[in-house]
Ligand binder design. Sequence first.
Ligand code: ADP
Length: 489
Amino acid sequence: MTDAPLRLLFVAPELVPLIKTGGLGDVCGALPPTLQQLGADVRVVLPAYRPVLAALSGASRVVPNLRLPGFPACALLESKLANGIDVLAIDCPELYNRDGGPYQDAGGNDWPDNPQRFGLLARVAALLGGAQSPLDWRPDVIHCNDWQSALAPLYLRFAEGARAASVLTVHNLAFQGVFPLATAARLGLPPQSLGVDGVEYHGQMSFLKAGLVYADRITTVSPTYAAEIQHERLGFGMQGLLVARSSVLTGILNGIDAGEWDPAHDPALAARYGAAELERKADNKLALQRSLGLAPEPRIPLLGLVSRFTHQKGIDLLLAIADELIGAPAQLALLGRGDPALEQGVAALAVRHPRRVGFGRRVDEALAHLIEAGADMFLMPSRFEPCGLNQMYSQRYGTPPVVHATGGLADTVVDCSAATLAAGAATGFTFTEESAGALLQAVRRAIAAYHDPPTWRALQKNGMAKDFSWARSAGEYLAVYREAVNGKS
Ligand code: ADP
């Protein structure tokens, strides 16, 4: 490769600030501008969902009529976001211009035509990465994200002529895009890709598997998760394939939006603070206790949690020990939505202990910020966690996390011990066994440290000094792109 800027097509199923359902949208919104700042020439392609069309109303129709076998006619719209990123939106009203979310209708049911909807996203990305592209701009690399864009490396591999290298990032292996095998023919996949060494997956087809087989490089969102998914427990059936491709698999931690998550400038806080003004956290604690109806106790440790309520997140482990924790004594500030049984369990806990347990049964960005600042410690008992963001936010907010040592949690939290404290490295508390008992033990250690102010201050300051910025991760992605270009098969 020459010194010319690397040209990158970033394939985004969702993209902040246009459309978001979760962390994937944050990554797609934050990584491209950081790469651009590092000198890459980046464009992002995404479906023109209804909110995207509305936001890009002034876009130019750079490719007015695109016909790809097996898909309805579409057009490509081009526009520049406020952050300088060029966006290419695939305008296919029949597939994308509708109410509801990117993947599901308003009732939470998957769109039945998702194979076509995301087949088209991948097909267009591959077209733009190949010799038949209708654009003059040709990427060196296309970077796909999750199953929704994972067919692109396959299309690209079987396209004629020069092609871009492909990189696939797995944000969560639990989501694989599995559909009946007959779907493959309708998507125009070549027959030689339909076997068990291609997209076939236990008699069905898997979009994600296509990407894992055909991408030149694979990344996932933390080094520990990259190792864990090569084993049965967290491999979700793909562990054999991931072992076979381990020489091209890298774990790169996500960054955080250090502007939005900055306790010195956070408008959602009662009192803003830096590492030299940690005593101001007390005002945030009081504001949090008031907002959730908790007793305004300054010295009882207040434990925070902000999460989707799913089996993955280990909310049931917390429920199993909650009464014991409250007796420690401790208070709990919990925010989240999800599985109705978990919501009901937490709601019942809050009814039993109204002055000790506060529950925000909703999505509330401002309360999430106040919990990060007002809690004394932050809980993440996730069974698995590809990267996780809240443990990084909480370290930045001087709120030591207590986490299950899995995935990105293991990579970003340094367990408190005499040795790690002496080295100035300790930032929180980790436990290794996936059990309520191990969680309880870790929280008990955290509570003991909380009552020892010098230890606690050291943990807070160590965490606040860490660099979780995107700039660090973006450099690692650039290295993977170079490897992909050089190692293209
Ligand atoms: P995941 O993507 O698996 O849900 P992450 O930790 O990577 O987990 O990111 C989740 C993000 O969503 C975090 O920023 C978290 O604070 C936020 N979040 C989750 N639930 C809520 C909620 N009920 N209100 C506000 N923010 C929430």
